[in-house]
Write a protein that binds this ligand. Structure first.
Ligand SMILES: Nc1ncnc2c1ncn2[C@@H]1O[C@H](COP(=O)(O)OP(=O)(O)OP(=O)(O)O)[C@@H](O)[C@H]1O
Ligand SMILES: [Mg+2]
Length: 421
C-alpha cells in the first residue's frame, strides 16, 4: 500500500473509489468476522497512509515522524507504549521517540535517554537481527525493574534495518497480564520499513549537506591559497619593481628627459597593476573580512556599488568564519546581480545578527525581477553555501516586481567555538 503514492492521482482516486465501494458491499453482505477483519485491515492502511505521507514529503523532521509512527502503531495494535531507540556501540541504546496510550500514565525516558541493553527484548534483537518478545518478569537488572515498576508485562521488539545495517528497534510495551497478540511482530513490519525509510532519507540528506560543505570548504581553502600566493609572491615583487623604477627615475640624469618620462610611466603602470592585483585577490578571497570584520567588509562592497544602497547592519560580535564568508558572498553576488540584471534604482540591505537569535539577511531591489536560479551558477552556488551552514535562502522575484533574497542562519551555527573577538 505504501507504493500507492507512486501512482498518478487519477489512479489513486479510482483505487480509493474501488476500495470504498468494496467496503460498502462487504458491510452490507458479509458476516461479522469478515467485517472485523476488513475494518482492521482498513485501519492499518489508513495508519500506514498517514505515516507514508510524512515520509514521502521528506520535510518532516525524523523525530516527529518517529513519534507519529509510535502513535499510529501503538494505537493500531492496542499497545500501551511504543518507542523507537537506536543501537549504539558497547551494547548501549539511545532513546529517540516514545508514545503512550492517553489512558495510561507516561513512562518517561529511562536513565537519561541512554542505557545498556542488558537482557531485554532489544538485546535479543541486537544479537539475532530478528524480532523478539520478552516478559518483563524475566528481564534482569535496573531496566527490568524500571519496566515492572510501570506495570509493563511484555515487550515486543522489531529490528530496524537501514541499508542492510541493524540500526535499532521499534518496540511495543503491554501492561497487565494480557499477552501481545501472536501476529504483533508481523503487523509491525510495514511500520518498521517506514522508520527505516525515514532514517535512510535523513542520512542521505546529512551526507549530501556534509559533502557540499566539504566542497565549499575545499574551494575556500584553494582560493585563500591563491590569494596568499598573489599577495606574498607576485604583488611583493611588483612592489619591489616599483621601488627600483622610482629609484632609476630619480637617478636618471637631467639631460635625459625622455628616459625619465619612460621610467615615470613604467612606475605608474606598476602601481596600477598592484592595485588591480589587490582587487582581484580580494574577489578571490575576501581579506577585507579578516581585516575589517563583516560589517566593514559589507560597507566596502557597498561603497564600490554604483547603485544607490540603503544599508542597515546590526551585528553585536564577530561570527564564526563560515557564517561570515557565507553572508559576505551572498551580499557580493546579489549586488553583482543587481548591477548585471536588475536595472534597479535602489537596493535595501538589512542584516541583523544579535546574540542568541538567528541571523537574518534581506537584500531587496526595485528592478525588473524575473530572477531564475536555473539560468546561472551564482544563485545556485549561494544556495550551496547557505545549506552548508544549516541556513535557508529564499529568492522571490516576480517579473516587474523587483527581487528579494532572504537568508536565515540558525543561532546554533553562530556560536563561535573559537570565541573570535
Ligand atoms: N536582481 C535580479 N534582477 C533580475 N534578474 C536577476 C536578478 N538576479 C538574478 N537574475 C536572473 O537570474 C539569473 C540567475 O542568476 P545567477 O546569479 O545565478 O546567474 P548569473 O548572474 O546570470 O551568472 P553567474 O553564474 O555569473 O552569477 C540571471 O541570469 C538573471 O537572469
Ligand atoms: Mg550572478
Amino acid at each position: 500500500m505504501v507504493g500507492i503514492w507512486s501512482l498518478r492521482p487519477t489512479l489513486r482516486r479510482r483505487l480509493r473509489h474501488g476500495l470504498d465501494a468494496a467496503t460498502t458491499f462487504v458491510r452490507a453482505n458479509c458476516p461479522d468476522s469478515t467485517r472485523t477483519r476488513l475494518r482492521t485491515a482498513l485501519a492499518k492502511q489508513e495508519a500506514l497512509r498517514r505515516v507514508a505521507m510524512l515520509v514521502a514529503h521528506g520535510t518532516t523532521p525524523p523525530s516527529e515522524t518517529f513519534w507519529v509512527v509510535c502513535r499510529e502503531l501503538g494505537g493500531l495494535l492496542d499497545a500501551d507504549y511504543a518507542a523507537i531507540a537506536r543501537f549504539e556501540p558497547e551494547r548501549m541504546m539511545c532513546h529517540l521517540a516514545e508514545w503512550n496510550d492517553p489512558s495510561v500514565p507516561a513512562m518517561g525516558v529511562p536513565f537519561g535517554g541512554r542505557w545498556p541493553m542488558g537482557d531485554t527484548a532489544a538485546a535479543a534483537v541486537y544479537e539475532t537481527g530478528r524480532s523478539a518478545r520478552r516478559a518483563s518478569g524475566s528481564t534482569a537488572g535496573e531496566l527490568g525493574e524500571w519496566l515492572r515498576s510501570h506495570g509493563v508485562s511484555q515487550v515486543v521488539s522489531c529490528p530496524v534495518i537501514v541499508h542492510n545495517r541493524l540500526w535499532g528497534e521499534l518496540a511495543l510495551r503491554f501492561l497487565g497480564s494480557r499477552p501481545a497478540p501472536a501476529d504483533t511482530e508481523r503487523r509491525m513490519g510495514d511500520f518498521v520499513e517506514l522508520v527505516a525509510c525515514t532514517i535512510a532519507q535523513a542520512e542521505y540528506r546529512a551526507e549530501l549537506i556534509a559533502s557540499r560543505a566539504r566542497l565549499v570548504t575545499a574551494a575556500d581553502a584553494a582560493q585563500r591559497r591563491i590569494e596568499r600566493d598573489l599577495h606574498d609572491g607576485a604583488q611583493q615583487r611588483l612592489i619591489a619593481l616599483g621601488l627600483y623604477l622610482r629609484e632609476a627615475e630619480t637617478n636618471a640624469s637631467d639631460e635625459n628627459e625622455a628616459l625619465r618620462r619612460s621610467l615615470s610611466s613604467a612606475a605608474k603602470c606598476q602601481s596600477d597593476v598592484v592595485a588591480q592585483i589587490q582587487q582581484i585577490s580580494c574577489g578571490i578571497y575576501p581579506t577585507t573580512l579578516t581585516q575589517m570584520g563583516l560589517k566593514g567588509a559589507i560597507k566596502s562592497l557597498v561603497r564600490h556599488c554604483p547603485v544607490r544602497t540603503d544599508l542597515h547592519i546590526r551585528i553585536d560580535r564577530r561570527l564564526p568564519e563560515p557564517a561570515e564568508i557565507t553572508v559576505y558572498y551572498v551580499v557580493s553576488e546579489v549586488l553583482a546581480n543587481v548591477l548585471k540584471h536588475a536595472n534597479a534604482s535602489v537596493v535595501h540591505i538589512d542584516l541583523v545578527a544579535t546574540s542568541g537569535d538567528d541571523l537574518r539577511l534581506t537584500i531587496r531591489d526595485d528592478g525588473v525581477g524575473g530572477a531564475d536560479l536555473r539560468r546561472g551558477t551564482g544563485l545556485i552556488g549561494l544556495q550551496d553555501r547557505v545549506d552548508t551552514v544549516g541556513g535557508t535562502m529564499e529568492v522571490s522575484s516576480p517579473v516587474g516586481g523587483g527581487t528579494s533574497v532572504v537568508v536565515g542562519i540558525p543561532s546554533s551555527a553562530l556560536d563561535d567555538p573559537q570565541g573570535r573577538p
